[in-house]
Design a protein around this ligand. Structure first.
Ligand code: NDP
Length: 313
């Protein structure tokens, strides 16, 4: 307590979130939207924890809190401005504040519900469909009357995405030609491609886009480990002009202060509590296992939203 400055809290970590954007922060000059990690300093991510001591009037000992600057440590000190309280009466587990109500799920909501101008009856293709973002896109799109095609990297994941209600799901690692597989799944073409992976998959989607189609450029996980020698250069960008495709890029942290955040929390927590939405967490136990838990994302070894359990509630 003595080491706390005014308006600070001491947090004990319960769960840490593993997210693909951390890979970009491991590069020295990723030049993007979040700062690179500093060698020798603990890395940070989204997390959930318990307040153990506080000099803030906003937080008391025992409060459950979440935020995007949790250090990968068992206990750490943060400013009161870096955390928000997790309501204790919702019936939603602490880990699910990184999951169904967490950043990737909000990313799915913003990317699909508020950005891509979907209409019932349209066809959407979702890559990395069993992942933290993808599983939510699939369910939101089904609930709004779209035909959903999902892609995932194992047969177990394919079955899971089918169970979420997707109309057609394929294993992109074993399907043969990606372009032909998408064409077979959507003979009339794709209206919306929710792109979580970039690379070759984006080219296959582009070849199957309908006139006036839309691409939600959510992320490029297939390229985060690429070197200048191995990076994939998209070949079909001329289709964007030919078919009048709109590409929507967005950064989720820009949306937390907007009305869409409340809409997300209200809709998704109600649907989750009613059982209309499911959400698969993939929990690894132990802070010592966190680095590997993060690296696993880039080999598809996670199945659902990967979190690391650091201590018990
Ligand atoms: P996931 O939980 O889906 O984990 C990553 C998944 O990507 C893996 O499980 C794997 O699934 C797939 N994958 C890994 N390597 C490759 C590869 N080489 N080719 C194709 N697929 C691969 O991650 P998230 O759902 O958290 O993130 C999905 C995307 O959304 C990422 O690109 C991320 O950067 C982006 N994102 C963007 C945000 C924004 O603000 N725009 C915010 C949050 C996320 P499989 O086994 O199916 O291959």
């Amino acid at each position: 307590m003595n080491s706390l400055k005014p308006n600070q809290v001491l947090v004990r970590t319960l769960y840490l979130s593993c997210d693909p954007y951390s890979r970009m922060r491991l590069s020295e000059s990723q030049g993007g939207f979040v700062a690179s990690f500093v060698p020798g300093e603990p890395i940070d991510s989204f997390g959930v924890g318990i307040v153990e001591a506080s000099t803030s009037t906003k937080f008391s000992e025992g409060d459950l809190v979440t935020g995007g600057s949790f250090l990968w440590e068992t206990r750490f000190i943060l400013s009161e401005n870096d955390i928000t309280k997790v309501p204790s009466d919702t019936g939603i587990s602490p880990a699910n504040y990184l999951g169904v109500l967490g950043m990737p799920s909000f990313t799915a909501y913003v990317g699909f519900v508020s950005i891509c101008h979907h209409k019932a009856g349209e066809t959407i293709l979702v890559s990395a469909a069993s992942g933290a973002v993808g599983q939510m896109v699939v369910q939101l799109a089904k609930a709004r009357g779209l035909r959903v095609i999902g892609a995932a990297g194992s047969d177990d994941k394919v079955e899971f995405v089918k169970g979420l209600g997707a109309d057609d799901v394929f294993n992109y690692k074993t399907c043969g030609s990606l372009q032909e597989t998408v064409k077979k799944a959507a003979p009339q073409g794709i209206d919306i491609y929710f792109d979580n992976v970039g690379g070759e998959f984006l080219d296959a989607a582009l070849e199957n886009m309908r006139m006036n189609g839309r691409i939600v450029a959510c992320g490029k996980v297939s390229q985060y480990n690429a070197t200048p020698e191995t990076v994939y250069h998209t070949k079909n960008m001329d289709i964007v002009d030919i078919n009048n495709i709109t590409i929507y890029d967005f950064f989720i942290l820009d949306h937390y202060s907007r009305p869409v955040y409340k809409a997300f929390i209200d809709e998704v927590s109600a649907s989750f509590k009613k059982g209309d939405i499911q959400y698969k967490l993939d929990e690894i136990v132990g802070l010592e296992n966190a680095p590997q838990a993060l690296l696993d994302l880039f080999e598809g070894k996670n199945f659902g939203k990967r979190v690391v359990k650091v201590s018990d509630l």
